[in-house]
Design a protein around this ligand. Structure first.
Ligand code: HEM
Length: 493
């Protein structure tokens, strides 16, 4: 009787959803539906309960998943849903504390996020700036040399083929690093960048978007650290924070408060110094641990999402040669071959831009975005959602909504263009989320992905070396990660 009562007990006027089983609540049923892809399980349940908002328990935590374009946007945009959960997995990567940007909230998160965005902008993050564009061009030139086989880097480029996403890690991570730590990686360091990027991929593959069993029953980390992903997150997190720590130590050696900041780390060190002088408690605001985890969060994002998206785009274009030819025809007409494409060409290359938008829609990198938490009692779609409810936006359901897109499964960049081939002003997709938690890396990603993809297509014709890896072949985790893909890159005549 007790179990039966517990199975169907839920807060008053809570959204409909599956019953709560012992220990992990409805998590069992989600896994039973689709153990790899929880966004698919949630969507199937939304269909079963005929409601765009479903509610259930993950262990002891009341949880809500929102489906469809309108409700997803509403959820992202309302401040009541801007909190983040605090679990053993979110802490294990952050010295056992609440640090970083991904999984902090409240005044601490507002202050740190604002500071990061304001000062990273000084180095071209989130806007156009000549020095950042020069760095990107240098990175692209190195990438093209690698793909041409001029770099003797057999691990990622061999006999006219290139291994994706691995070959793409250096340009994106190095661009971010030039803003964060003031320098690009040298060629001798490229293997290290790839090792760090592999750690980033391990990290996201070990976290399920709902936190997994270990978030609900933390004692599992002692019994099965590897199987629960705890060990993977801990070790990969340490690699990422370790890279930031090494840069921080280098900076501390010759940091001079009276000189202009050379990069973001200098800005942060200056703030720590000012706080210390003012007697502010550094443990609760600006501190070196926070800088390390914030840097690790950004490295993680840059190494996985951008590289994954360009890999998916090239995979689609290899399967749709007519679309690849259209990109190249537009590139030849607008840019020619004598120079590399730049951000100045972006407005004149709507088809390349549409290919990226369609890839971000069709391969939603974070199908459930990241977990949010309600910070007060509230209502959504007529249901009551209590404070401290975990809430997810099923962004994939918005991107694949049949009523809105008509043929969502099809890879069709033209859906983002008008009859004259110009980009539609309105883009209803939300690959970067929206509202207060909008991905701070959106502009950085859209700009750098555009330049990298355009340069690759300008110079090479891409074909899959093996037909087995489809664009839907991804590994599960917090974000979609493409399987390793060897592509034949033939220099264009
Ligand atoms: C294709 C590339 C990318 C995609 C699709 C993407 C997508 C997302 C999404 C969906 C979220 C969660 C939003 C939410 O919880 O509501 C997010 C958060 C975040 N992203 Fe990205 N991202 C990308 C690249 C980047 C890059 C390059 C960086 C940094 C350099 C970055 C840094 C972050 C951070 C720090 C957060 C947490 C923001 C917060 O909670 O305040 N992302 N991203």
């Amino acid at each position: 009787v007790v179990l039966y009562k517990q199975a169907y007990e839920r807060p008053p006027n809570f959204p409909p959803g599956p019953p709560r089983l012992p220990v992990w609540g409805s998590y069992w049923l989600l896994l039973l539906q689709d153990a790899c892809w929880l966004y698919r399980s949630a969507w199937a349940m939304a269909d079963r309960y005929a409601s765009k908002v479903i509610g259930f328990y993950l262990g002891a935590f009341p949880t809500v998943v929102v489906h469809g374009p309108e409700l997803t946007r509403e959820m992202f945009n309302r401040a009541e849903f801007a909190g983040r959960p605090d679990t053993v997995l979110t802490r294990v990567r952050a010295f056992g504390k609440r640090r970083g940007l991904f999984f902090t909230d409240g005044a601490f998160w507002v202050e740190q996020r604002r500071f990061a965005l304001r000062h990273l902008r000084d180095f071209g993050f989130g806007r156009r700036m000549a020095c950042a564009e020069d760095t990107l061009r240098d990175e692209v030139e190195e990438l093209l040399a690698l793909v041409r086989g001029e770099c003797d880097d057999q691990e990622v480029a061999s006999r006219g083929c290139v291994l994706l996403p691995h070959a793409l890690h250096v340009p994106f991570v190095s661009l971010l690093w030039s803003m964060f730590a003031g320098r690009r990686f040298t060629r001798a360091e490229h293997a290290q960048v790839r090792a760090v990027s592999k750690a980033a991929a391990t990290f996201v593959r070990n976290v399920d978007p709902m936190g997994g069993a270990v978030s609900q029953t933390p004692w599992l980390r002692h019994l099965a650290p590897k199987a629960t992903g705890f060990h993977g997150v801990k070790t990969a997190g340490a690699v990422l924070t370790g890279l930031v720590k090494a840069a921080l130590d280098e900076h501390v050696k010759d940091f001079n408060m009276d000189e202009a900041p050379r990069d973001f780390i200098d800005h942060y060190l200056a703030q720590i110094t000012r706080d210390k002088a003012d007697g502010v408690d550094c443990a609760s605001t600006f501190c070196e641990e926070q800088l390390q985890v914030m840097g690790a969060d950004m490295l993680l994002a840059a190494a996985t999402t951008t590289t994954g998206t360009v890999t998916f785009a090239l995979n689609w274009l290899s399967r749709r040669p007519a679309l690849q030819r259209r990109c190249q025809a537009q590139l030849d007409a607008v840019v020619g071959r004598a120079r590399l494409p730049s951000l100045d060409d972006r407005a004149s290359l709507p088809f390349v831009e549409a290919v990226l938008r369609e890839t971000l829609r069709r391969n939603t990198m974070l199908p459930l975005a990241m977990p949010h938490l309600t910070v007060e009692d509230t209502k959504l779609d007529g249901y009551d959602i209590p404070k401290n409810t975990l809430i997810f936006a099923n962004v994939n359901s918005a991107h694949m909504d049949k009523d809105y897109w008509g043929d969502p499964e099809e890879f069709r960049p033209d859906r983002f263009l008008d009859e004259k081939g110009e980009l539609l002003r309105r883009d209803v997709t939300m690959p970067f989320g929206a509202g207060k938690r909008l991905c701070p890396g959106e502009t950085f990603s859209r700009q750098s992905m555009f330049v990298v993809l355009a340069a690759l297509l300008q110079n090479f014709w891409f074909e899959l070396a093996s037909d087995k890896v489809t664009p839907d072949c991804c590994l599960p985790g917090l974000t979609l990660t493409p399987k390793d893909t060897w592509m034949r890159a033939t220099p264009r005549a």
